[in-house]
Design a protein around this ligand. Structure first.
Ligand SMILES: CC(=O)SCCNC(=O)CCNC(=O)[C@H](O)C(C)(C)COP(=O)(O)OP(=O)(O)OC[C@H]1O[C@@H](n2cnc3c(N)ncnc32)[C@H](O)[C@@H]1OP(=O)(O)O
Ligand SMILES: O=C([O-])CC(=O)C(=O)O
Length: 378
């Protein structure tokens, strides 16, 4: 066996063979199953893209209709899960609520049959269907309200916005939200997907797989950055303050949220699409004062840090889109999770096809043969 050198963060070390997605970080290319993200954003829907990611091919009309139908009729969550969520502290973060609720699904659907394609499909449908309902339910319950029941007349994205805001969304808003989900659905071996795969490799249930991935996505270096971007734009406050804010960050060696990526060394192609979506929303629903600050910050970061390959990533403009859709800031990362469930499940399914438990090694840096010191002598 070849022993590799230690690389912090496993940088550049392949941990799987996968045919799900591809990134060229120098050229700014992202493909799902070989199809460019720009194509999918223009022509596909989130559920069609999820099918593509999970089953490897675009569905026929009949396959897509059947998939959408199954999901539409699995959106409701059990009253016991709703009751459990009512007991969550209302000040708790929605990502923690989502992680707990996703894990709780395992209590209800505990019979595992990982070698049965029907079981896999059932779990995929259930998770894609119920995760948005859980996110919307917590949003209502933390205000002391009952959750809004799913509306069977509405498609996936329109229904989520409906459950969130208690009114049918504008069609453009729903379409733009759906594109956001497509953009966030998958991204090769990112931290939360790796977490999902490590969990999957023990042959545990898919709810545990998704719950561990949600916990990993929550951090500010990963999916949690979309929320932090808005906090940062608030802190900057005006276009005039952008350059001094950036200088200060560089001096303090603190990270500018929504910039930098392990793989992309140019602007993330999804950031370009998200910026365009934000502009479409501003045109129809009015401007956002933070947009000019964001554009100026992107320009300043490019000038200052572009030579180090630090450019806007997917988390930089997404928050500006969600704000215009009336979504509270602390729901931005749960929305990322709603989308990334598709990618996590695609990798779960792929992992099961040729599973080996993840068990890397470590380089021990501790001591040996130390005598035990009784407590009174320490
Ligand atoms: C969905 C997603 O997960 S997209 C990423 C979302 N995360 C963020 O936006 C948080 C801010 N960005 C970051 O923290 C990083 O760019 C990461 C975590 C995304 C990638 O990290 P890594 O590949 O490990 O890069 P690392 O953190 O080692 O940075 C390499 C160099 O670039 C600098 N750098 C990287 N990102 C940034 C940033 N956002 N702001 C300022 N400097 C940065 C580092 O300080 C480091 O500089 P040095 O070599 O002079 O010490
Ligand atoms: O790929 C990564 O490291 C981070 C990620 O999930 C993404 O960019 O969507």
């Amino acid at each position: 066996m070849t022993v590799c050198e230690y690389r912090p963060g496993l940088e550049g070390i392949p941990v799987a063979q996968s045919s799900i997605s591809y990134v060229d970080g120098q050229k700014g290319i992202l493909e799902y199953r070989g199809i460019r993200i720009e194509e999918l954003a223009s022509h596909s829907t989130f559920l069609e893209t999820s099918y593509l990611l999970i089953w490897g091919e675009l569905p026929t009309k009949e396959e897509l209709e059947a998939f959408e139908y199954e999901i539409r009729h699995r959106r409701r969550i059990k009253y016991r899960i709703r009751d459990m969520m009512k007991c969550f502290p209302e000040t708790g973060h929605p990502m923690d609520a989502l992680q707990a609720s996703a894990a709780a699904l395992g209590l209800f659907y505990s019979k595992r049959a990982l070698d049965n394609p029907d079981y896999i499909r059932e779990a995929v449908v259930r998770l894609l269907a119920k995760i948005p309902t859980m996110v919307a339910a917590f949003k209502q319950m933390r205000k002391g309200n009952d959750s809004v029941q799913p509306n069977d007349d509405l498609d996936y994205s329109a229904n989520f916005l409906y459950m969130l805001n208690e009114r049918k969304p504008d069609p453009l808003a729903a379409r733009i939200f759906d594109i956001c989900l497509t953009l966030h659905a998958e991204h090769t071996m990112n931290a939360s997907t790796f977490s999902a795969m490590v969990t999957a490799s023990t042959l545990t249930d898919p709810y545990a797989v998704v719950a561990s991935a949600v916990g990993t996505l929550a951090g500010p270096l990963h999916g949690g950055a979309n929320e932090e971007v808005i906090t940062m734009l608030e802190e900057i406050g005006s276009v005039e303050n952008v350059r001094s804010y950036l200088e200060d960050c560089v001096q303090r060696k603190s990270k500018i949220m929504g910039f930098g990526h392990r793989v992309y060394k140019v602007k993330d192609p999804r950031a370009t699409i998200l910026q365009n979506l934000a502009e479409q929303l501003f045109e129809k629903f009015g401007h956002d004062e933070y947009y000019e600050i964001a554009v100026e910050l992107e320009k300043a970061v490019e000038e200052k840090l572009g030579q180090k390959g630090i450019y806007a990533n997917v988390d930089f403009y997404s928050g500006l889109v969600y704000r215009k859709l009336g979504i509270p800031t602390d729901l931005f990362t749960p929305i990322f999770a709603i989308a990334r469930v598709a990618g996590w499940l695609a990798h779960w399914k792929e992992q099961l096809e040729e599973n080996r438990i993840f068990r890397p090694t470590q380089i021990y840096t501790g001591v040996h043969s130390v005598d035990y010191l009784p407590i009174e002598k320490r």
